[in-house]
Design a protein around this ligand. Structure first.
Ligand SMILES: Nc1nc2c(ncn2[C@@H]2O[C@H](COP(=O)(O)OP(=O)(O)OP(=O)(O)O)[C@@H](O)[C@H]2O)c(=O)[nH]1
Ligand SMILES: [Mg+2]
Length: 443
């Protein structure tokens, strides 16, 4: 948030080609998402230009007439035409709702007279700004370098002969052009980053294994479309302070916290990166490791924003990505969130009934209603208690210092005593109860 306040406001126009197979609803939803993405980057989108075509223009994505219209708007009209904006503001960028080729972007940029950012670049930029951990930063840098590499050649073409000049200075091999050198540098840097990631991953795996050894395997992961409310739920379920923001991709790193108040078994909750339609391919690949946390979980909470008119599509996108990373085998509860944000009480009831009819085992709730968060917590605990065993343990009076071990790992259902010691009727994970029994019997 602070960042945005310090940055000067930037203005942009959005542009998109609607292809014949794309419905109006889908097209509009995608554009609305692009505007949200732009907002996350600090842009105010003042105007949107759309064009129906049977395909993208090979030269510059949009047809020539539309290009001229935008040129005219950006260079002559913008500052005068839009009421409510400051005098003399300038359009800084044109945002295009598809991934376009380097040459299309160059040509469009030349013709329109302002910077062109395609959808991929917008998303990469958000990831770049939001990445915090070393691993996330390295992954984003790889994706950005991969995006830039083919665009360098295009830049060199535009720069003219000096862009391809040959020279023998520096580490450049004979006959290598600037572009080739830059490309080589990029390749080297990517290789270097990949090595770093492999090392970090190994470290993470060890940490994870240790954690699982210590705490058993009760892990639940919050997954879902960006802005669905995963971090809000995480906060509510664990009483922790994780970042919540009405921005796309607020969370880029996985955080793990314990369900609060603590339960038996203790349940770990992890928050994950949000999904989005047409996530740049480089990012799908690089964020797989973040999502791996989802694969380690025994239960997924698929969080869906029920108040978003496009939630069905978002649900499909998430299902699709989960299948892609092989997480479709993990048991899943669909959590339709933000029901408080769906119109009035009657509309909410109607929406809830429709969701329950279509998704029989779903949860419909609001992360802002503590009683509904508490109910979700119980549902999670019930899931993990399915595999628990009940047993009776005996602890002689001489070994009462071990009471805390029982209370730490088991739920004590009943406690009674006789002259020799105390009996505990407990519920806990099989291996833990067996472990305690063996330990006490050996006393
Ligand atoms: N009205 C309402 N708003 C909610 C609810 N849950 C979350 N929000 C809001 O929705 C916005 C996004 O919430 P986050 O928790 O950051 O969403 P996220 O799924 O973590 O998003 P990413 O990290 O970007 O993937 C925030 O402004 C929240 O305050 C809810 O149940 N009702
Ligand atoms: Mg989040």
């Amino acid at each position: 948030m602070q960042n945005d306040l310090r940055e000067k406001p930037s203005y942009a126009v959005a542009a998109a080609v609607q292809l014949p197979h794309v419905s109006d609803f889908e097209f509009e939803a995608s554009l609305a998402e692009l505007r949200e993405l732009a907002k996350t980057l600090g842009f105010t989108v003042v105007r949107t230009f759309i064009q129906k075509r049977s395909g993208f223009d090979a030269t510059a994505y949009l047809g020539v007439g539309k290009r001229q219209e935008i040129h005219h708007y950006v260079n002559h009209e913008a500052a005068m035409a839009e009421p409510g904006y400051p005098d003399g503001y300038e359009i800084d960028a044109i945002l295009v709702d598809h991934e376009i080729s380097p040459s299309q972007a160059r040509n469009l940029e030349k013709e329109v007279g302002c910077e062109v950012m395609d959808r991929t670049m917008v998303i990469l930029e958000i990831f770049h700004r939001n990445a915090r951990s070393r691993a996330a930063r390295a992954q984003v840098e790889i994706a950005r370098l991969g995006y830039m590499a083919p665009r360098l050649r295009e830049a060199a073409k535009l720069a003219g002969p000096q862009g391809r000049q040959r020279s023998g200075v520096g580490g450049r091999g004979a006959g290598e052009s600037h572009t080739e050198l830059d490309k080589r540098k990029i390749r080297d840097r990517i290789a270097e980053l990949q090595l770093e990631i492999v090392a970090m991953e190994a470290e993470r795996k060890t940490q994870r294994a240790r954690r699982q050894e210590r705490q058993g395997l009760a892990a639940v992961a919050l997954v879902g479309y960006t802005n669905a409310g995963k971090s809000t739920l995480m906060r509510a379920l664990t009483g922790s302070e994780v970042l919540v923001a009405n921005k796309l991709f607020a969370t880029l790193d996985t955080t793990v916290r314990t369900l609060h108040p603590e339960s038996v078994p203790r349940v770990l909750v992890s928050d994950t990166v949000g999904f989005i339609k047409n996530l740049p391919h480089g990012l799908v690949a690089s964020f797989k490791s973040t999502l791996d946390e989802a694969l380690d979980a025994s239960l997924l909470l698929h969080v869906i924003d029920a108040s978003d008119p496009g939630f069905e599509r978002q649900l499909e996108v998430t299902d699709h990505v989960l299948a892609e990373i092989g997480a479709d085998e993990v048991p899943r509860i669909r959590v339709f969130n933000k029901i408080d944000h769906v119109g009035d009480v009657a509309a909410q009831a109607e929406c809830e009934a429709a969701l329950r009819a279509k998704y029989p085992d779903c949860v419909v709730m609001s992360a802002r209603r503590p009683e509904e968060v508490a109910a979700l917590r119980l549902l999670i605990i019930a899931f993990f208690q399915q595999g628990l065993v009940e047993d009776e343990l005996f602890l002689p009076w001489t070994a009462q210092q071990l009471r805390k071990d029982i209370y730490a790992d088991c739920e004590v259902l009943e406690e009674r005593a006789d002259e020799a010691g105390a009996f505990f009727r407990v519920r806990g994970e099989g291996h833990i109860v067996t472990g305690l029994r063996e330990k006490f019997e050996a006393l």
